[in-house]
Write a protein that binds this ligand. Sequence first.
Ligand SMILES: C[S@@+](CC[C@H](N)C(=O)[O-])C[C@H]1O[C@@H](n2cnc3c(N)ncnc32)[C@H](O)[C@@H]1O
Length: 207
Amino acid sequence: MNIQKQQHKNENIFDIVSPVYDQGIIGKWLFSVIKKTVNEVKIKHNAKILDAGTGTGNLFLILEKNKTLDLYGIDISKKMLNQAKKKIPHGQFIQLSVLDLDKKFKENYFDYIFVIDAFHHFPEHKKVMKRFRAVLKYKGTLIITELDFGKVFNYLFHVLEPGNNWIYTKKAMKNIFKESGFAIKKQKNIGIFSYVTIGLKGGVSNN
Ligand SMILES: C[S@@+](CC[C@H](N)C(=O)[O-])C[C@H]1O[C@@H](n2cnc3c(N)ncnc32)[C@H](O)[C@@H]1O
């Protein structure tokens, strides 16, 4: 599918699901994945943080308790962002594709970039990683939380879930980090099917 079509598809799907995204068992489960992701990162005071594919802004519900942090959320779906703005009125939420990060933000701007359950919706992962690398500061941290059901079920999920680009195994994600110039600090399971990969711009891989 071409890039514009895929982005439009995601915009439409998430605009439609936005009123119910946080609800029910799935909503609770998604929130628990965010909490577990945050527990894996020691965040410095006064940091600039980007949440790429922020959705309804749940990451910032947790992070906003630290008043020193500068929080930016981007998403392609305006209606997901509207939900986020209702929860965190002072949040800086911008309707933007990850592929256009360079149009909005200066190079070496962020200390941390979080991507939670969104990377598999992004087209062109190599370009996306390039954009992340550009807007992260040297020694800045990239945190990507994703799903891995194993190769066969990943493929099934890819076929069934609307709007996804691909479901990456843990091994594939490690390679994506390394090929994009990130040193891997940690990769860890944080639930039955969720795992987080944490990398640094610059430095040496531990994994
Ligand atoms: C499954 S939701 C995850 C939301 C949030 N990170 C969370 O954990 O609750 C995926 C989000 O990625 C967004 N998204 C999809 N493609 C995108 C793109 N190209 N650029 C920015 N956001 C995108 C969707 O609109 C959606 O809000």
